[in-house]
Design a protein around this ligand. Structure first.
Ligand SMILES: Cc1cc2nc3c(=O)[nH]c(=O)nc-3n(C[C@H](O)[C@H](O)[C@H](O)COP(=O)(O)OP(=O)(O)OC[C@H]3O[C@@H](n4cnc5c(N)ncnc54)[C@H](O)[C@@H]3O)c2cc1C
Length: 458
């Protein structure tokens, strides 16, 4: 009863929208990108600004309610939601301020990548981020942020100048190189462990158009293709990015009919050097094979970032696993082909995202993101629209993951992980884990923010 009065206060006095299980919109509001997740929060607090976030934090602390934080709702294991607790939902917080002269952006925490891309592109600028437009800038940034511009410009966190954060105490602080520098270090890779970021200030890169798109080879040529890709990208300039993939060609436009539903391998390229040099850079790539499909051409950056959005709408079943890969040995290639040629559904795939180039210019101890010496972050995703196939795609994903263990480094990119336990989180942060746990103890000693890839305070 007391809690109901307190909720009414949030709603009426503070004018914050609170969605409860009896509300018509409850099921819609509790649905997230991954339909495999079915959590039932006690309330969803739709915050409009940092004051609302602060009020929600103070309310939850006072009432002893568990809290989760929702940005874009893309997190694989569904850490945006919490059963029987409070979801602090930031999805209405979408203000975007671009300063074209300083080449910076101030983004509220509910922005999605496609909204950021659109706004920055109007000024000939881009924020290095991820490859699907419906991903939230909040969760992606706090975990690190990998995408087509990683080799050229680094991770998303390498562009973060400042963040405004509501702490577990309810206090609002600014974290940057001089204000709370320990917190600023921790949020660059340490996830949502340290507080709720209400806005991010980023440096932007002057990138407008790119020479980019997918290129496929027959699965029978996968060994040669992967070896060629490995050698070619090892020696390429940071202007060239390409993630290797095993996939099934979607049975529809714009793909030619003879390739529909075929299991192939390929690379999605992104070249950011001078456009007049692009054809020359791609000449040896096109000579290899030759490719059975070549959709690489000059396109606007947001067209590349949004290229797969339609193929992957919200509401499908997703099961994820991930590895850090240092080297593509012959054995590793063979293991990839073994699983990559048995993809269980049209949407399931694996991507090897390069994280070398400029990512390696930052030292592992300079931000919480600890793995600045690996070449790829590999993700394996079992995906299907039909819940009947959830077990099938999950099994394929787990088998693939297990098979790669001998060829992978310890740990993985936290944003590509399911709930895999404390030892896996520790391995992912490596030598940075102890410092993260100390900073956690300073800013969140009670582990109030624990619905995440959790770092426990020490
Ligand atoms: C289809 C798809 C494509 C993806 N592609 C990429 C990619 O190209 N590159 C890449 O790096 N990652 C990618 N990811 C992974 C993505 O980075 C994570 O799923 C990330 O968690 C998404 O952020 P979100 O805000 O949408 O998540 P949510 O599910 O809303 O939140 C996830 C977690 O992040 C934390 N969090 C979110 N916002 C805040 C905040 N403002 N303050 C404090 N904590 C917060 C919370 O702990 C929360 O539990 C992809 C995911 C999907 C599903």
């Amino acid at each position: 009863m007391e809690q109901l009065t307190a909720i009414r206060d949030l709603q009426e006095k503070l004018k914050i929208q609170v969605i409860l299980p009896q509300d018509d919109t409850y099921d819609k509001e509790r649905s997230i990108y991954n339909a495999m997740i079915d959590k039932r929060p006690a309330m969803i607090v739709k915050c409009k600004n940092k004051k609302d976030v602060q009020a929600a934090v103070l309310f939850a602390r006072k009432e002893g309610i568990e809290v989760s934080v929702r940005g874009g709702g893309h997190n694989g294991p569904g850490l945006a939601l919490v059963d029987e607790g409070m979801v602090i939902d930031l999805s209405l917080m979408k203000d975007i301020q671009i300063d074209p002269n300083k080449q910076t952006a101030v983004l509220e925490a509910g922005c999605l990548l496609k909204e950021v891309d659109k706004a920055t592109h109007e000024h000939g600028l881009a924020l290095p981020s991820g490859i699907i437009g419906t991903t939230g800038v909040g969760g992606l940034t706090l975990g690190g942020g990998i995408g087509y511009l990683s080799r050229k410009a680094g991770l998303t966190i390498d562009h973060l100048r400042e963040a405004e954060i509501v702490l577990a105490s309810g206090e609002v602080v600014t974290a940057n190189e001089t204000s709370h520098p320990d917190l600023f270090w921790a949020i660059r890779g340490g996830g949502g462990n340290f507080g709720i970021v209400t806005s991010f200030t980023f440096n932007l890169s002057p990138i407008k158009n790119v020479y980019a798109g997918p290129m496929f080879w027959p699965i029978e040529q996968a060994h040669e293709a992967m070896t060629f890709y490995d050698e070619f990208t090892k020696n390429a300039s940071n202007d060239l990015y390409g993630f290797f993939a095993f996939l099934i060609v979607p049975p529809g436009d714009p793909f030619p009919e003879h390739l529909h539903s075929k299991n192939v391998c390929g690379v999605v390229w992104c070249y950011t050097g001078p456009m007049e040099k692009a054809e020359e850079v791609f000449k040896p790539i096109r000579q290899f094979g030759p490719p059975i499909l070549d959709f690489v051409s000059e396109i606007p950056m947001p067209a590349l970032n949004g290229m797969f959005d339609e193929l992957y709408p919200p509401g499908m079943q997703w099961y994820w696993r991930a590895h850090f890969i240092k080297e593509l040995t012959d054995d590793a290639i063979r293991e990839n082909i073994k699983h990559g040629s048995k993809i269980p559904s049209m949407h399931s795939t694996t991507h090897l995202y390069p994280i070398d180039g400029t990512v390696h210019d930052v030292k592992s101890e300079d931000t919480a993101w600890a793995k600045r010496d690996v070449r790829w972050s590999q993700v394996i995703v079992g995906v299907d629209p039909d819940s009947e196939n959830a077990d099938k795609v999950t099994k394929w994903c787990k088998d693939y993951y297990d098979g790669l263990i001998p060829h992978a480094e310890e740990g993985a990119y936290v944003n590509f992980m399911m709930e895999e336990g404390e030892s896996r989180i520790k391995a992912s942060y490596g030598d940075n884990y102890k410092r993260l746990a100390e900073i956690k103890a300073k800013y969140d000693p009670d582990n109030f923010f624990h619905v995440n890839q959790n770092i426990k305070p020490i």
